[in-house]
Design a protein around this ligand. Structure first.
Ligand code: HEM
Length: 75
């Protein structure tokens, strides 16, 4: 079964500080439409470890996000 935003990706973003901080920058990480539209930008920031601002994700979690993109960004 392909990875899904609702089941597999949304839970990776903490309500605080991830979702609430990033809303101040115009990106709603709790929104499927926003994350889908900005997926490559989000992936670059995860990969270069500049986001989240309080410490990088483990490599396997970044790879999961990449796989979600490559599988077609399913809801
Ligand atoms: C998994 C969690 C997060 C993701 C995926 C994420 C993603 C991003 C992305 C894609 C940008 C660039 C926006 C653009 O290009 O316009 C950005 C900017 C920013 N984020 Fe986050 N963010 C996360 C968590 C956080 C947290 C926890 C903080 C701090 C409390 C934070 C603070 C900022 C700030 C200050 C900027 C603007 C300055 C900069 O570009 O470095 N973010 N974030």
């Amino acid at each position: 079964m392909a990875l899904s935003f609702a089941r597999d990706i949304r839970p990776l973003f903490r309500d605080s500080p991830d979702v609430d901080s990033m809303k101040d920058y115009g990106l709603d990480l709790s929104s499927y439409a926003d994350v889908k539209a900005n997926a490559e930008n989000i992936y670059s920031r995860l990969l270069d470890e500049s986001m989240p601002c309080d410490g990088p994700w483990p490599k396997d979690r970044i790879a999961l996000f990449r796989r979600w993109i490559d599988e077609g960004l399913a809801l």
